[in-house]
Design a protein around this ligand. Sequence first.
Ligand code: FCA
Length: 330
Amino acid sequence: MTLTSRFARLALGGAIAMAALSGAQAQDDVTMGFIVKKPEQAWFINEQQAATAVGEEKGFEVVRLAGEDGQQVLSAIDNLNSQGAQGFVICPPDVRLGPAIMNRAEQYGMKVVTVDDRFVGPDGEPMEGVPHLGMSGYKIGQQVGEAIADEMKARGWDPQEVAALRITNYELPTAKERTDGATDALLDAGFQEDNIFDAPQQNTDTSSAFSAASPVFAKRGDYEHWVIYALNEESVLGGVRASEQYGLGAEDVIGVGINGSGAAFAEFSREKPTGFHGTVAVSSTMHGRQTAEDLYAWITEGEKPPENTVTSGTLMTRDNWQDVRDELGL
Ligand code: FCA
């Protein structure tokens, strides 16, 4: 071996060792935020836990933060910057905050991935350039409508005499897609359009749905049978609780939600069935894990995640909920 080739080998070995070292350091140094709009909801708790778990596996740190309004989101970003974070995953409290959130993130050179609720720009269209992962809202909504129609048939209800409580949130595009999908599937199955009553909620939680639903039941006491749907199961549960207050029993109500989180498990675990018939379950574990992994690959390898990834759902009822829960890793 010549001196030069020996030298080259040594130099190469050194370079590899250095690269390995800096690679290891880079991995140790990755910190990302995971900011959610509703930190007390089981869906979001699970998402954040799944992100933390994948961080522990792969060697990066996940800082779990609440962002229940614009102010809180901006201070969460400041806080992440002071912890040396290179980016964050976020489900924003209001999708119209997208430009303001991106502004702050860009000041700090942070990378951003959205989960569940996609930013909209000033033109009302999805904000481009921010990778997103969320439900295929319309399709999952259709599954809700189909599940309700099937259960109506099973109970032998006459569609002419059934009312629908549609809990809406038209400011959130994924919510509109979901309730539109459910409505279309119900109409396809012969549901009467005039029997659909809207309850616009101000938020995406149980109490806002309860407040929105109560006056609808109060006004439409003439219907004996009701179906209930909304963007998520937390909201459907608000509708079901309101129906109970108006004296409707489990046999008079078919509520079908979306998510498949602890809120639904608790309802299915009650000794007696309620008007909450089922929910279309989506893996919040996968949402949390995948977005954190994607952001990590973007930070460490410069590989930008896809613009829009959509996920699908499985109907979960009192009969099969434990199996579906296990299948989806929930
Ligand atoms: C929205 C809803 C959540 C969940 C998520 C995927 O953020 O508010 O309940 O359905 O989409």
